[in-house]
Design a protein around this ligand. Structure first.
Ligand code: CIR
Length: 264
């Protein structure tokens, strides 16, 4: 199978909980509005479904304010899934909540046991390799444990750096197709995408670097017209989704889903 890094039959999302108002944020720019977030979330799910994929919507978890950001709990690969170990103490328990749902779909589910930490937002899977950014949430021991698991499954993992002050590696980049990456200029300048085609976010629009390619669509947050034009000019089919409420909690398009094709 080819294009497994962006062609998927399934996605998992989780409904935002009303405790979302207590979600983690680097800077307080206002309290998220749950009703508006729910409307954006519904648009996001509709866009995923419009590609023909099955979207499994999990119930809200009030005990975990950030649990709408399911991406951080697991890494889903064609051969198997791996349950992460989030570096944010308030999010550690979210991983165990995700495990049974992946076990129901995958024959092979591994776990990061620790002592290291790793969050899915720091992992970019391309057609040829898995890039993992070290960050405040993902440490060397977490990356080493993931590397050990995936090398046994035949994947190549490369450790890279998340820029200082940036929450996750994928806060600053996204996969657009098997060899094309959308990146902020500051991340691309680190040289980590050598060999790939890189499309830069427009100046002042760095906050839209977290997009997702999902089947034929690229989902990107609303409010970034210049980067939107660059993507359309490059031939990508866009779906623009409101993200104002998740953005208050440093969340973007990738964090709202796990995207995968379970083995047949
Ligand atoms: C957090 O700080 O963990 C959440 N407020 C945002 C998580 C965003 N996740 C992601 O980009 N993968």
């Amino acid at each position: 199978m080819t294009d497994t890094s962006y062609r998927f039959t399934h996605a998992i999302t989780r409904k935002p909980a009303s405790s979302i108002v207590q979600g983690l944020r680097a800077v307080d720019i206002g309290t998220p509005d749950l009703t508006l977030m729910q409307a954006h979330h519904a648009d996001y799910i509709a866009a995923l479904r419009s590609t023909g994929a099955e979207v499994i919507e999990l119930d809200a978890l009030e005990d975990f304010p950030d649990s709408v950001f399911v991406e951080d709990t697991a890494l889903c690969l064609p051969k198997g899934a791996i349950i992460m170990r989030p570096g944010a103490p308030s999010r550690l328990g979210e991983a165990a909540e995700m495990a049974p749902h992946l076990e129901a779909l995958y024959g092979l589910v591994a776990r990061i046991e620790g002592p290291g930490f790793i969050e899915g937002g720091d992992i970019l899977t391309t057609e040829s390799e898995i890039l993992v950014g070290r960050s405040a949430r993902t440490d060397a021991a977490g990356i080493a444990e993931l590397a050990h698991i995936v090398s046994g499954w035949g994947y190549r993992l490369r450790e890279v750096e998340t820029p200082p002050g940036v929450l996750h590696f994928k806060t600053d980049c996204s996969l657009l197709d098997g060899q094309t990456i959308l990146s902020t200029p500051r991340l691309a300048a680190s040289g980590c995408f050598e060999g790939y085609t890189v499309l830069h976010t427009a100046e002042g629009e760095e906050a839209c670097a977290n997009a997702i390619r999902f089947n034929d669509l690229v989902l990107m947050p609303a409010g970034f017209p210049q980067t939107e034009r660059r993507l359309r000019d490059a031939g990508f089919e866009l779906r623009v989704i409101g993200n104002s409420e998740c953005a208050k909690l440093d969340g973007g398009m990738s964090c709202l889903s796990l995207r995968f094709s379970p083995p047949q």
